[in-house]
Design a protein around this ligand. Sequence first.
Ligand code: SF4
Ligand code: SF4
Length: 315
Amino acid sequence: MERRFLGNTGIEVSRMCMGTLTMGPLQARLSPEEGAELIVQAYERGVTFFDTADLYGTYEHLALALRRIPRERVVIASRCYEYTYRGMKAAIHRALEALGTDYIDIFGLHEQETALTLSGHEDALLCAADAKRAGTIRAVSVSTHAIEVVEALGDRHGVDVVHPIFNMRGIGIIDGHVEQMAEAIRKVRARGVGVYSMKPLGGGHLLKQALQAIAWVLSNECVDSMAIGVRDLRELEIDVALVEGRPVDEGALQRIACDKRLFIEGWCLRCGRCVKACHQGALRLGPSGLEVDHSRCVLCGYCVAQCRDFCIKVL
Ligand code: SF4
Ligand code: SF4
């Protein structure tokens, strides 16, 4: 698989980054052993870049895989929501311990919604910069669904990598169109910020045009790598083939397209926490309970993490 450098970071990554949200407790619920096996299978197919987060619950899966893969051969990215110096320090420490490694390649802020949100996390970014100087992380990152945040990074020194939502229909962008996001990405990439995008298939909505959707993201020279969530070996093989531009079985793609959906359990208490967590406007409390607008849902899993009663599942 082709590899590229992530901006000016000096970190070389495969063009496919394997997203681990999908395999973890918020989605497919693979055991750490099953997840580790999938990660090793990806590595054997040329994937050297793995994405996780404090929220995803997949550190153990990666830690087990790292016992079977030379640490220096792979790049690990993680992030957290912390906004204080102390909170970020604790999150980095937590990740180092849980992953069983003495450095994390890319660590930063998760899901920044606006430029203002980013400013509110300044202390956490300062901590990440200190961790970079100390060698516990190699690059500082920000992930976002907002064009405004990518634009704000253009003026902000100290952020090395951005992880924006980016797909050919602009699905999941919360403040504008795909052309505006492409322009914002191009500008920060020109300043040396590494770009690994997320959701090339729009959370499943573009699976029926998967070949075209993946090729479209890769045709953007400003995108160094893109994260694709993987749940099983069948999906892994299809995703690797798509990234490498090889033909895939249409029937298999259709089956994957039909079998991913958000599901609400009957014991939902209608507390509304998940509704506030959804920036896509895909959830609302209706007269008969929590309702999902599947046409807006990008299967990001943020609502799943908010439900203390485990009522929301991606099945
Ligand atoms: S957070 Fe859970 S209990 Fe509350 S409304 Fe959402 S699904 Fe229901
Ligand atoms: S409903 Fe949940 S999974 Fe779907 S977009 Fe909203 S937060 Fe993400």
